[in-house]
Design a protein around this ligand. Structure first.
Ligand code: FAD
Ligand code: NAI
Length: 473
């Protein structure tokens, strides 16, 4: 039986990053992953195969098409009868995913991580070693390790009344692989996937209706940025209905009928495709956690403490399979931290500085506390808000909607939260993350020189506005 210092189960952004960092620290490390795409094992997990990367590739392609058809004319650029080839758009996305997946194998070789393929489950824990079985398409092998890091990720949650089939009723995998634009797309769940994938298919010609159970739009985001995003998405043609109760769903030959209640009335929507994006569930089924006594909570998440330690010695869990936001960068950071803790180091992880980004148009991004959280916690704050409206770079881009809002402690001026909606805020948010990690005050950012002309000048103005000395507002 092959034996390792560390075995990582799962090759997503949590697992593969943990494995590389562990190997860099001198541990004999293996990573086991069972994800199969196009009949081949493919590293990278949900994020690379059917999540972050392919969705952002399609968001970019569809945005290019939307700009060509709607906004290039104002730049004086015209083109007769623009067309989009959906098959080519999907093939380009697949090509990027394939290149990145083989890139991870390359990194494993470079860092001397042993790559093992198949489905892993716990067998025993004996003599200070965990024994793990790997089922590789029916052929089994066993491996053992002193430390195990579980990074098995998550899968889409199904509606209780109707499972997804990825023919008419889609989850993220199906929504990323449509071969033609649906005429009518219904989306259940106005969360991150619903808004991003709804935007992709709307931009390339689908009628998109998003049905959401909650009465508030994007309730985890700051109310003011959520409201601005909602306004712009509705303007772009997305139909978004909150406070909806989904009833019977009928999966027909080439269409799906969705019955729902809204504002006390019954409605029926006939769509050619239905995307179900109502959250994700942890991947712990099949892991045989009970064989070693690994503790799960009642929703199937592995129970861990702040350091990602489970209830068992030398057994760790990270990423989507444990508490906290289901984000790739959170998973990766936990992976690094666990590898370093095994090596005896003392890294820290601050949930308050994990950035969130939604890649719609305009984009939405935030870090730290929302105004509503500060109010609920009774923390006194000052607020600086600056708009992209007159920013020269945003005007040049032809995308000048939205604003940056900075929240700083009234007493100490320390930045407590930054909320952005506008062009490329996915990039701008990093400045706020760095500032918060360094415990900066709004005055610190106000006194830092920002390049002109740049979108980051809006962050600068928001910092100045905290002290009521905004120059361009
Ligand atoms: P995963 O990426 O899920 O990887 C787990 C891996 O383990 C998988 O390959 C799985 O097959 C494998 N596995 C599971 N069980 C076993 C087993 N028993 N044996 C062997 N292998 C096993 N996050 C962002 O931060 N930014 C984004 O823009 C973003 N966009 C997203 C878009 C979509 C459509 C989706 C669905 C998700 C998106 N996410 C995004 C979330 C992100 O993908 C996840 O947070 C991230 O992938 C979690 O990483 P992980 O390593 O914990 O798990
Ligand atoms: P989500 O949690 O973001 O949103 C799910 C939505 O569905 C919620 O608004 C919820 O109220 C609603 N809902 C739940 N049950 C419902 C029902 N029966 N009827 C109608 N609405 C219902 O989950 P989503 O969009 O599936 O994404 C999963 C996770 O993946 C996200 O939470 C995020 O962590 C990650 N992700 C991150 C992205 C990013 O960082 N840009 C992009 C896409 C996904």
């Amino acid at each position: 039986m092959q034996s390792f210092d560390i075995i990582v189960i799962g090759g997503g952004p949590g697992g593969y990053v943990a494995a590389i960092r562990a190997a860099q620290l001198g541990f004999n490390t293996a990573c086991i992953d069972g994800y199969i795409r196009d009949d081949k094992y493919s590293l990278g997990g949900t994020c690379l195969n059917v999540g972050c990367i392919p969705s952002k590739v399609l968001l970019q392609s569809s945005e290019n098409y939307a700009e060509l058809t709607h906004s290039f004319a104002e730049h004086g650029i015209s083109c007769d009868n623009p067309q989009i080839d959906i098959a080519k758009m999907i093939a380009r996305k697949d090509d990027i995913v394939n290149k990145n997946a083989s890139g991870i194998s390359f990194l494993f070789k470079k860092n001397k991580v042993t790559e093992l393929h198949g489905w892993a489950s716990f067998k025993t824990a004996e003599n200070g070693k965990y024994v793990i079985s790997i089922d590789d398409n029916g052929s089994a092998q066993e491996v053992s390790a002193t430390h195990v890091i579980v990074a098995t990720g998550s899968n889409s949650r199904h509606l209780p009344q109707m499972p997804t089939d990825n023919v008419n009723i889609l989850d993220n995998e199906g929504a990323l692989n449509l071969t033609q634009t649906p005429k009518e797309l219904c989306v259940i769940g106005a969360g991150v996937i619903g808004l991003e994938m709804g935007s992709v298919w709307k931009r390339v010609g689908a009628n998109v209706t998003i049905l959401e159970v909650a009465d508030k739009f994007l309730s985890t985001a700051d109310e003011e940025v959520a409201k601005e995003l909602h306004k712009n998405l509705v303007k772009s043609g997305l139909i978004i209905k909150n406070s909806v109760k989904i009833g019977e769903i009928v999966n027909g030959d080439n269409q799906v009928t969705i019955n729902y209640e809204h504002n006390g009335e019954s409605h029926k929507l006939v769509a050619d495709k239905l995307l179900v994006s109502i959250g994700r569930v942890p991947n712990t089924v099949g892991l045989n956690a009970e064989a070693v006594g690994l503790k799960l909570d009642d929703r199937g998440f592995i129970v861990v403490d702040a350091d990602c330690k489970t209830n068992l010695p030398n057994l760790w869990a990270i990423g989507d399979v444990v508490r906290g936001p289901m984000l790739a960068h959170k998973a990766s950071e936990e992976g690094i931290i666990v590898a370093e803790r095994i090596a005896g180091q003392h890294p820290h992880f601050d949930f308050n500085t994990v950035p969130w980004v939604i890649y719609t148009n305009p984009e939405l991004a935030w870090v730290g506390k929302t105004e509503q959280q500060l109010q609920a916690e009774g923390i006194k704050y000052k607020k600086g808000k600056a708009s992209f409206m007159a920013n020269g770079r945003a005007l040049g881009l032809g995308n000048n909607t939205g604003f940056v809002k900075m929240l700083a402690c009234e007493e100490t001026d320390r930045i407590l939260g930054v909320h952005m909606v506008g062009p490329f805020v996915s990039e701008l948010i990093s400045e706020a993350v760095v500032a918060m990690e360094f415990m900066a005050s709004s005055e610190d950012l106000a006194r830092i020189i920002h390049a002109h002309p740049s979108l980051s000048e809006v962050t600068h103005e928001a910092a100045l506005a905290c002290d009521k000395r905004q120059l361009h507002g």
